[in-house]
Unconditional design. Structure first.
Length: 148
């Protein structure tokens, strides 16, 4: 009887693993919204307050919920994407206005895929704050994922 239970448990785990495996969404606004994400288009270099060095017009998908850094990493991978890096989010660092012009006003607190060691990762608040090192990436859960 125990062998039957183990076989049944193995079958359930196999099915569960398949259901939770990676899904690649179309890299479109509709694809992002299909996983309840928020489609974000960064500022273009032609917009006021931007230049070609600091604004890339790139598209991102922000997770609908906040989570810790590891969950953000997994959320992006689960939709076939990766966490955005500091360079993706804020090309060439700060603009002349001393802000991350690329995503200014576009998102709230988000995790970036640039780790800073065992317990630290970069985060960004798009009020114009430059990405900063945020500790406690394992259990700090008030940031959303920003996927590229």
């Amino acid at each position: 009887m125990k062998i039957w239970k183990l076989a049944f448990l193995g079958a359930i785990l196999s099915i569960s693993t398949h259901v939770w495996s990676e899904t690649t969404i179309p890299w479109t606004k509709e694809g992002c919204e299909s996983v309840k994400g928020k489609w974000i288009t960064a500022h273009a270099s032609t917009e006021d307050g931007c230049d070609a060095a600091h604004c890339n017009g790139r598209n991102f998908c922000q997770s609908p919920q906040t989570m810790n850094w590891w969950s953000a990493l997994i959320w992006c991978k689960s939709i076939g994407r990766e966490l955005a890096t500091t360079e993706d989010a804020c090309p060439n660092g700060l603009s002349s206005g001393n802000t991350c012009a690329n995503l200014k006003g576009k998102a709230g607190w988000v995790w970036l895929g640039t780790p800073l060691g065992g317990s630290t990762a970069y985060d960004l608040h798009s009020n114009g704050g430059f990405p900063s090192g945020h500790y406690q990436r394992s259990y700090a859960a008030w940031h959303a994922a920003l996927c590229k």
